[in-house]
Design a protein around this ligand. Sequence first.
Ligand SMILES: [Zn+2]
Ligand SMILES: [Zn+2]
Length: 141
Amino acid sequence: MFQHHAQCHCGQVKIVCKGEPDFIVMCHCEDCQRRTGSAFNLGAWFNRSKIEISGLTKVYSRIEHDGIETTYHFCPSCGSSMYWDMPENTQMIAVAVGAFADPEFPQPTVSFYEHKRHVWVTVPEAIGRFTGSGKGEKITG
Ligand SMILES: [Zn+2]
Ligand SMILES: [Zn+2]
């Protein structure tokens, strides 16, 4: 089966993902901007059974705008954001798309917190766009 390989900046944390992600979320919320140090966050969600993680991570948990707790795992050596999951749904894990450093990685399938999107960021056509998370108001797609 095809595998996607992710790793942190220093190489201490490595993630192997078997097959393609179930969905890929682009999030423009302020918390994701601050967490990533970038204009938006990009996470590829896989079933936990398709993922192998090696290396040590530290965690930071937050309550999202929609009330869901999320735990973010990052490399304690280089600080790279690696993956995140939600205690209320432990079957799924999001892997930071940047950690694959793969220009052929599939495009986002959904876009959250569109009202916080940097004005220059272009979202792929025909994907679901929401003002909040998936629980928010759908704009298009
Ligand atoms: Zn690292
Ligand atoms: Zn966000």
